[in-house]
Write a protein that binds this ligand. Structure first.
Ligand SMILES: [Fe+2]
Ligand SMILES: [Fe+2]
Length: 346
């Protein structure tokens, strides 16, 4: 699909600036952000992590910020912080608590005959509420905007977490990931990168498409989902889980993306706002096969001992996304915003 000259002009030129550090949400982020604002040096002693890394806003944001140092970073934060050993030790404590909770909510990993059948069985057994069905049929315009604010935490860096998996794979799995990622990055054309298409949707909705623009209002269930992608992809140990995570992303995309496009149309938004979703309906029809047969299947054929990790990553994503959906629908049913504060729309 060709963009008009006006749309091309509206596309952001050059790299997006790094966002400022968000506001702290408690003792952990107070300590972390105060340190990150200064010169690189060992972190002061950190309090013990005794909170839920899926729902505690302070701890979840602390982990998100640690990971963000591997992506765009933050304005005013020395890039050298990325590999400061004491920060990694702190992140390790957060990750241990996060992994424990991921295992809690994922349940036991039970493999069937092969990894492809196991992934299909997992998704067939899913019985949670459907956010996309709600949005397509009854979600309000305000809820549609909120949904985009939530998703911007991931979609404006879409594909970046899983790119960290590339050097950890080989053979058929690597080739499949390269093909998927190439599409996610618009086959090298800036305006076609999926993150750019999502930014276009945000502008069409009157939202700020700046990277990290809504971090201060983004709650723990949303950031925990992004953390899940970063955790699996940044640790070679968890490359199997990262592959399972991406496989579920691709396998659960086509129908929901079509429904979000319907939701946008229902509220009067045109083809530019829907382009991100319509593109995924087409692309992920192919990606879902690539991701199960060649990515997950290819990895398990070359490293059979990773089969349980692949399924764990798939189950973890399904569970985290279910909690995300329950958060949004629960807040909306109670008549309140699902964000930490309502957003202003230009
Ligand atoms: Fe995509
Ligand atoms: Fe995809």
């Amino acid at each position: 699909m060709q963009l008009t000259p006006q749309e091309l002009a509206a596309l952001r030129q050059g790299p997006l600036p790094a966002p400022p550090l968000p506001r702290p949400r408690g003792a952990l982020t107070e300590l972390l952000f105060k340190s990150l604002s200064g010169p690189v040096q060992p972190l002061p002693p950190t309090p013990p992590i005794a909170v839920d890394l899926l729902s505690d806003d302070d701890a979840v944001l602390a982990l998100y910020a640690c990971y963000e140092l591997h992506y765009r970073g933050f304005a005013g934060v020395d890039d050298t912080w990325e590999w400061e050993p004491s920060l990694h030790a702190f992140r390790g404590h957060l990750e241990a608590a996060f992994l424990e909770r991921l295992r809690d909510i994922s349940g036991p990993v039970v493999l069937s005959d092969d990894i492809e059948s196991s992934l299909h069985a997992l998704l067939a057994a899913g019985d949670g509420p459907s956010l996309s069905e709600y949005m397509a049929s009854e979600g309000t315009r305000e809820q549609l905007l909120e949904f985009h604010v939530h998703r911007s935490a991931y979609q404006l860096k879409e594909a970046d977490p899983h790119s960290f998996l590339l050097p950890r794979l080989s053979g058929a799995a690597k080739a499949a990931l390269v093909e998927i990622q190439s599409d996610e990055y618009g086959e090298g054309v800036e305006k076609d990168m999926h993150a750019e298409l999502f930014a276009l949707s945000m502008r069409e909705l009157g939202l700020d498409d700046g990277y990290g623009a809504y971090l201060d209002v983004t709650p723990a269930p949303t950031l925990a989902s992004v953390n899940c992608a970063s955790f699996f992809s940044l640790h070679r140990r968890w490359r199997g889980a990262g592959v399972g995570h991406l496989a579920v992303f691709e396998m659960t995309s086509v129908e929901p993306m079509g429904r979000y496009s319907v939701a946008l149309r229902r509220h009067g938004f045109g083809p530019w706002a829907r382009l991100f979703y319509d593109t995924h309906v087409v692309a992920d029809a192919h990606h879902q096969t690539l991701a199960t047969r060649d990515l997950a299947g290819g990895l398990v054929r070359s490293e059979p001992h990773l089969a349980a990790d692949v399924l764990f990553g798939a189950q973890a994503l399904s569970a985290v996304e279910r909690r995300f959906t329950e958060h949004l629908l629960g807040c909306w049913k109670a008549g309140r915003s699902s964000l930490l504060a309502p957003v202003l729309v230009s």
